[in-house]
Design a protein around this ligand. Structure first.
Ligand SMILES: C[S@@+](CC[C@H](N)C(=O)[O-])C[C@H]1O[C@@H](n2cnc3c(N)ncnc32)[C@H](O)[C@@H]1O
Length: 210
């Protein structure tokens, strides 16, 4: 799906986003979001910040910047920032072309962003995260994926897929990890959560990568 179409989709669904994902947010996502942000410090990027669902879990001593290309999603996250009293800078930016300097962030988190980016955008987005991550930093990617060895759960996800595609412009078959090496990243950790339907990838810039 072209970038402008995805942005328009999110501008349109921004007011419904939190309601649409409310059951899975409390049933499944919150515990995972908490774990991802635990122990992160320094300058942290929340890429594809959306309505700010990660905000309750930002470490108190980190300087967090949230980016999103949808003004309507950013407006929602600004409201959540105010409601929660969280310190976070919010910027409208495309993750494929950010204006951050090289080696800027100590940690980068992207929750449910790469399943929205199509296959041709996976490598450019990873390259941009690699460029802006410090050599000592880490990149944390959380996405839905078809479970590897659970046919019944895979079938349930396949039934759910057209709805998710239509509403969120997202897909469960993104092969993000295939592009890590080409982006100058190496995998540190790969964990399957929620009985295999959520995949957490932690990566870092390859030693010696430019
Ligand atoms: C499924 S939502 C996830 C939002 C949030 N991270 C969460 O965990 O609830 C995906 C978000 O990524 C944003 N997004 C998609 N493509 C983007 C891009 N190329 N640059 C910046 N943001 C993008 C969308 O506007 C949307 O807010």
């Amino acid at each position: 799906m072209p970038v402008t179409a995805v942005r328009r989709k999110y501008d349109y669904i921004a007011r419904l986003y939190d309601i649409l994902e409310l059951p899975i947010e409390y049933g499944r996502h919150r515990a995972i979001r908490r774990r991802i942000f635990e122990g992160l410090s320094g300058t942290v990027l929340d890429a594809g910040v959306g309505t700010g669902r990660n905000m309750p879990f930002y470490p108190a001593d980190a300087r967090v910047v949230g980016i999103d290309f949808s003004p309507a999603m950013l407006a929602r996250s600004a409201r959540r920032r105010q409601r929660l009293g969280v310190e976070v800078e919010l910027l409208q930016m495309d993750v494929l072309r950010t204006t951050f300097p090289d080696r800027h962030f100590d940690a980068i988190v992207a929750t449910f962003l790469f399943c929205v980016l199509d296959e041709t955008q996976q490598l450019p987005a990873l390259k941009e995260l690699a460029r802006t991550c410090k050599p000592t930093g880490s990149i944390h990617l959380l996405d839905y994926a078809y479970p590897e060895d659970d046919r019944s759960r895979s079938a349930i996800l396949r039934l759910w897929a057209p709805w998710v595609r239509w509403v969120f412009g997202a897909a469960f078959d993104r092969d993000t990890e295939r592009y890590l090496a080409a982006a100058g990243l190496e995998m540190v950790e790969r964990r399957l959560l929620s009985r295999g339907i959520i995949r957490l990838i932690v990566a870092r810039p390859k030693t010696g990568a430019a």
